[in-house]
Design a binder for this molecule. Sequence first.
Ligand SMILES: Cc1ncc(COP(=O)(O)O)c(C=O)c1O
Length: 476
Amino acid sequence: MLRIPTIFKCDREGLVLYQQVAEQLAEHIRTGVFAEGERIPSIRKLHQQWGVSQSTALAALSALEAQGLIEARPRSGFYVKALPERLQVEEHVPAPVAVSRHQLINHVLNQSRQPGLMHLGAAVPETVFLPQEILRRISNRCLREQPGLITDYAFPPGNKTLRQQIAVRMQAAGCSVSASELLITQGCQEALSLCLRVLAQPGDLIAIESPAYHGLLQALEALGLQALEIPCDPARGMDLEALAAAIQEWPVKACVVSANFSNPTGSLMPDEHKQRLVSMLSEAQIPLVEDDTYADLHYGRRQPHPLKAWDREGNVLYCSAFSKTIAPGFRVGWVAGGRYHQQLQQLLTVTTMASHALSQQVMAEYLHSGDYDRHLRKVRRQYRQQLHNLVDALYASGLPVAWSLPQGGFLLWLILPAEVDALAVYEQMLQKGISVMPGSLFSASERFRHCMRISIAVSQPDWSLLVAALRGSLTD
Ligand SMILES: Cc1ncc(COP(=O)(O)O)c(C=O)c1O
């Protein structure tokens, strides 16, 4: 008999109950606890054994059915289907590829920024999700008290108070870092680029998640690095068996991972995987670049641990930013570079030389004000609600689509039927006034052509418009 899953007790409380049940059952299917063709617990059993209401159990089973994981057989129950190809984690390790995505990515990003669209494309929160008013007040006060800030440089390693504030937050998430081990960068993108430049030379191989954040692919391309795309599970992130095989087979120079709510799937790597990943790469002496941009947007009660929390040897180069939570335009990010700190600082000094003092000071004072946690509580609630509404709309639509179940962040990965070209769907949706991100932007090798990423960080979205546009494109 299955016990009540721990998921109900600890780290995934942020999901609505039926999603928790669905996610737990999906986990059992993915890990083979329920084999293909096997009958899974009935509504009555879920009610009796898992302690959830019959309607919650029904909603969970229906969600799994909509995702193609199970099928209802009349008067018999729900059975595990053969995993549709589109949801399976690939087992083989792909060969390294040179990246050539910049033109397509730039084209889509430029189109998606046009005014007047329903902006579900770029991962940029609309201003209602940012603490604009309080930042304006702090900026005014800073300028009154220190007029020079409007023109001043902030030299590396960056504003000391800001680094102290960040160090306190990282310590609370389980990392043992101090302010002196941090460098302030121009957003997370600069932090990632600096790490790659310190760690690798043109032609080198970098293991990345598949699908991966398109800005990372662009950085690899600009630096002449090759991508080794490691398959990822939409819920649990990178497949560590595949990574282990890849580092045996290829001379991997570094690995880049977003363990907490990856872009685009929103996957969250379980703690035991995080621990294993950090020790595997440390033993193999392969530096691990962590992109933790979305960690503050967790839907559960507790902040998930970063990979850095298990780093004992300075092998993890931790990158993050406040671009998704406070102010994208401030360009305030940071890197805790472990044993590469000095090299990173030198490179930062000769490339950027200095940043704008005002945005760093305002960010420091904003963090010090204590408003950030209150703001995060509010936006997490809002994103969670938006996500539930979107999932409900997709589920009710009956469209032949599947989706990831993110546990944080504001991105949803939508999986269309395998034969659909999401780039064509994207163009048609643009004509209908909706921008999304086609899936091929997230792979160096034409994977995910039938997927798309949707940002839910939009104010008062009318999901029926998205559903109607999708329906139109899928039935054209
Ligand atoms: C996963 C991830 N990393 C890094 C970045 C870059 O962030 P920033 O604007 O701080 O440079 C983004 C932005 O979309 C992102 O989604």
